[in-house]
Design a protein around this ligand. Structure first.
Ligand code: ATP
Ligand code: DGY
Length: 481
């Protein structure tokens, strides 16, 4: 087997992204037969006038495809999309609103949210409302509860994000402060039937957190949001009217159900990881999806990945079948990496003897606490940090290549989807008089990769039109004789 090239890794990543292309996902999940709408085998009567709303990074492509599928059955729609996501001005019954520059709610997004609210308020009981939900939806559906202003709400959520709140903590607060989030959209639509089609960008696909769960009851107890704000020392700084909204308990009904709503997850990280597996296998690698639940600090993840690569290299090179040490190692990190029982048994029972190349695939969304002044993203940071960690282990018996990319094609405030890492990157960089550790310390992974090998180790795909978190690909293969 030839040594993996950056093109090899890129081809595996691109296959994973195309498997979660919204058009592809919708064609797999939704069809119209006679006057019936069939969604994941459930049947809805299309004699009802059909309306559409949507929000998120994949919403434009989802909306265009749904419009093709529904044809004249679609009466009207309002879909909020990120700036730059609109690709064609083909006439449409759907009104697209671009907003949320850099994933931050703004007046355009608020205008779009008001248009969505206005459309829903006109619905009749005999109508049908389709809701298209994908990652980035929270920033595209801002409608603060009166008298909270958009700027006040933005200050609260931005401060939480900067202080390290994870997406579920962030959205527990957003749900409490917003009219349409946390089930508000579904409540407004009642009793009109609601069918929501969701592309998940959160680990384990929690519908109540994806885009802050506009179509599911907010099952958080009222104190959850308050506890999050206290955890990050923000509660005492809130405007008085924000505290009053958070303390309202009438909107919290943990037993609430929405009998008029059906939610369908039509795309997620598992689908993308499985597609990566199929392609890597077709390329001749013995491939495994070890986890789609990777989270935690990037530095820690890179250390574990580096040790994993070292262990796999020694198993392949030593040509020994046994992997007791490997099993013990993997057992130690199984829960931290979110490795399933199936994946654990599959790889620890594999005989590495005369294996010509292993491809390990992960998915998830690690975090970076940004302390430096540099420019980068969690994927570029992970690829650089992995290269530094694997270099420390002096694994010279095998070729070790790594890719970490965001499936939405945008990693942090940069034009890259992510980057490559290799076991010889550090030594190679020093030949070019570039110190990787310095760039990493300044959270300047983009600055490093634009200099290293003239930027060839950056992965640039542009907006992919989908978003199912990140994909990590690790290939370990014997050095060619
Ligand atoms: N200089 C940097 N180096 C490393 N990571 C950074 C840097 N600047 C920002 N980040 C990370 O990038 C994250 C934002 O990434 P991005 O803009 O891709 O949004 P996202 O979290 O993927 O949103 P979505 O899930 O909607 O795509 C921040 O949470 C921060 O941790
Ligand atoms: O929009 C959001 O809330 C995040 O992308 C999680 O879905």
């Amino acid at each position: 087997m030839s040594n993996p090239t950056t093109e090899t890794l890129t081809s595996i990543f691109l296959k994973s992204v195309s498997s979660v292309n919204p058009k592809h996902l919708l064609r797999k999940s939704v069809e119209v037969q006679a006057n019936k709408l069939i969604v994941c085998k459930d049947i809805y009567n299309l004699t009802r006038p059909c309306y559409l709303v949507g929000m998120g990074k994949a919403a434009f492509d989802m909306a265009r495809e749904i419009e093709e599928i529904l044809g004249d059955n679609l009466r009207e729609g309002v879909v909020n999309v990120p700036f730059g996501a609109m690709k064609s001005d083909k006439s449409s019954r759907i009104r697209f609103v671009e907003g949320a520059h850099n994933n931050l709610p703004d007046e355009n997004a608020e205008r779009g949210a008001r248009l969505i609210k206005g459309l829903i308020e006109k619905l009749e009981v005999d109508d049908l409302l389709l809701v298209l939900i994908s990652g980035g939806g929270s920033a595209l559906l801002p409608l603060p509860k009166h008298p909270l202003t958009l700027m006040e709400k933005l200050n609260i959520t931005e401060s939480l994000a900067k202080r390290g709140a994870n997406i579920c903590e962030l959205n527990s607060v957003r749900k409490r402060l917003s009219v349409l989030k946390g089930g508000g959209l579904a409540k407004l639509a009642y009793p009109t039937p609601v069918v929501s089609l969701i592309i998940s960008d959160i680990i384990d696909d929690p519908i109540s957190s994806i885009a802050s769960g506009p179509t599911t009851p907010n099952l958080d107890e009222s104190h959850v949001a308050i506890e999050v704000l206290k955890k990050y020392s923000l509660y005492d700084e809130l405007p008085v009217h924000a505290v009053r909204i958070l303390q309202e308990t009438d909107t919290c009904n943990p037993t609430e159900t929405f009998p008029h709503v059906r939610n369908y997850i039509i795309g997620n990280n598992q689908i993308a990881a499985n597609a990566a597996l199929s392609h890597a296998t077709a390329l001749g690698y013995q491939s495994f999806v070890l986890s789609t639940r990777v989270q935690g600090e990037v530095g820690r993840i890179s250390e574990i990945y580096a040790e994993l690569a070292r262990q796999v290299a020694s198993l392949i090179i030593s040509n020994k079948g046994e992997c007791e040490n490997f099993k013990l190692f993997l057992e130690t990190f199984k829960s931290e990496l979110g490795i399933s029982e199936f994946a654990f048994n599959e790889i620890t029972n594999f005989n590495f003897k005369s294996c010509s190349g292993i491809c390990l695939i992960f998915g998830g969304e690690p975090t970076v606490t940004v302390k430096g002044k540099g420019k980068g993203g969690r994927n570029q940071q992970l690829a650089l940090s992995f290269s530094i960690e694997i270099n420390k282990l002096n694994v010279d018996s095998a070729n070790i290549s790594f890719l970490s990319c965001g499936t939405d094609g945008i990693d942090g405030p940069t034009d890259a989807a992510g980057a490559f890492g290799t076991s010889n990157l550090v030594s190679d960089a020093f030949v070019q008089n570039i110190n990787p550790t310095q760039f990493l310390a300044d959270n300047d992974s983009y600055g490093f990769y634009t200099r290293y090998r003239h930027g060839k180790y950056l992965v640039r795909t542009g907006h992919t039109g989908t978003n199912v978190m990140d994909i990590h690909i690790l290939i370990v293969s014997p050095k060619a004789e």
